[in-house]
Design a protein around this ligand. Structure first.
Ligand SMILES: Cc1cc2nc3c(=O)[nH]c(=O)nc-3n(C[C@H](O)[C@H](O)[C@H](O)COP(=O)(O)O)c2cc1C
Length: 158
C-alpha cells in the first residue's frame, strides 16, 4: 500500500521539503497540499506523513483541523510528522509539540525538523515587517536541512 504526504505551505518551503522527501522515499508517494486538495481517502494508504510550517508559533489551521478530524484513523497508520520553521533546538521542539497531539507524536516513526526559509518575494507587507522586527532579517534566506529529510526518509525503509 502507498504513502501519502499531506502538508500545508504559506510561501512554498514545506512544499519544497515534501517534494524532496517524496524523492527520498522513492516510490508510490502521493502528495497532497491540503489547501487545494482534500479529496483523498486515508484507507488507500498504509503510511501517512503530515507536515506544515510554523507561523507566529502555530502550524497551519487546516493541518490542525485535518488531524483532529481524523485522529483515530491516523493512529492506526505508519505515521511521520514534520515541521518547517526557522527556530532550532528547544524552541523548535516546543513548536512541534504544540503542532501535533501527543497520541500522534508517540505513534510517529519519525519526527522531522526540516529547517525553513524566509522568502521576502512571497511575503506581504506585514509579514516582512514581522520578520524584520522579530528575526532581524532583511533578505531572503534558505535554511532547509536536506540531511534531516534524508534521515527522516530512512525511518520508512522496509
Ligand atoms: C510572518 C512569519 C512568521 C513566522 N513565525 C515563525 C515562528 O513563530 N517560529 C518559527 O520557527 N518560524 C517562523 N517563521 C518562519 C517560517 O516557519 C518559515 O518561513 C517556513 O520556512 C515557512 O514555510 P512555508 O513557506 O512552507 O510556509 C515565520 C515566518 C513568517 C514569514
Amino acid at each position: 500500500m502507498k504513502t501519502a504526504i499531506i502538508y500545508a505551505t504559506s510561501h512554498g518551503c514545506t512544499d519544497k521539503c515534501a517534494r524532496n522527501l517524496a524523492i527520498e522515499l522513492e516510490s508510490g508517494i502521493d502528495l497532497y497540499n491540503i489547501e487545494t486538495e482534500q479529496n483523498f481517502d486515508l484507507n488507500n494508504f498504509k503510511t501517512i506523513i503530515i507536515g506544515g510550517s510554523i507561523h507566529m508559533g502555530s502550524i497551519n489551521k487546516k493541518i490542525k483541523k485535518f488531524i483532529s478530524n481524523n485522529i483515530d484513523e491516523l493512529c492506526k497508520k505508519n505515521m511521520g510528522l514534520f515541521i518547517c520553521c526557522m527556530y532550532e533546538g528547544k524552541k523548535a521542539i516546543e513548536q512541534f509539540n504544540d503542532a501535533f497531539p501527543e497520541d500522534l507524536r508517540n505513534k510517529a516513526l519519525a519526527h522531522g525538523f526540516f529547517g525553513g526559509e524566509f522568502n521576502f518575494e512571497k511575503m506581504n507587507f506585514f509579514e516582512k515587517a514581522i520578520v524584520k522586527k522579530v528575526a532581524n532579517v532583511e533578505q531572503s534566506v534558505s535554511n532547509i536541512n536536506f540531511t534531516e529529510i534524508k534521515e527522516f526518509a530512512k525511518k520508512f525503509e522496509k
